[in-house]
Write a protein that binds this ligand. Sequence first.
Ligand code: GTP
Ligand code: MG
Length: 198
Amino acid sequence: MNIHNVEFIKSAANAKDLIETPMPQIVFSGKSNVGKSSVINRLLNRKSLARVSSSPGKTIHVNYILVDKRAYFVDLPGYGYAKVAKTEKARWSKLMEEFFIQPDHITLGVMIVDARHKPTADDVIMSQWFKDSGCDMIIVANKVDKLKNSEKERNLSVIRETLDLHNDTQIIMFSAEKGTNSDVLLAKIKDSVARWKQ
Ligand code: GTP
Ligand code: MG
């Protein structure tokens, strides 16, 4: 995977539109506005392939991006945005349930949290969904550019504790804006794709 060929394939609003594929799926999830789309754009070196929003709750569908015809990057809709209508929340829950119910289809779960804050109750639930699905998971603590150096160690342990992470689950301090540790995350993704069902 060299990230030469990047195609936006599909935006799924409902369970029936979800893609079933034997190809590896790298799944990005996190609360609204945490920077999921920005992280994906940074990794793929594109400005706006996954849409970036200044108002939260913009990515409301499951977006599929095919990379080098080899793996899907899946941008899940953000959660935890208070101003979303009840009907929208219900649609989100149904969509996520159907997404996670597909057996053994997530190659790597990329759980994105805000490096500045303690993970929310919703973050805890989302990380549990990844854990329950049995996939490999990595935590991306995004917006680290807004954090003082002296705060990093402490925030790392708060994130690890709150999400109750397995000792070998890695947390990457990341900045989609500055590109910090983009190479580290990309290496992890490439490794997962290479090892998928070998
Ligand atoms: P939804 O799709 O609405 O759930 O949002 P999202 O999680 O995809 O977030 P998005 O990528 O749209 O970014 C939300 C806002 O955070 C935008 O204004 C980004 O410019 C900003 N942002 C994203 N990543 C970073 C980062 O690493 N550092 C800083 N300072 N800002 C960031
Ligand atoms: Mg988004």
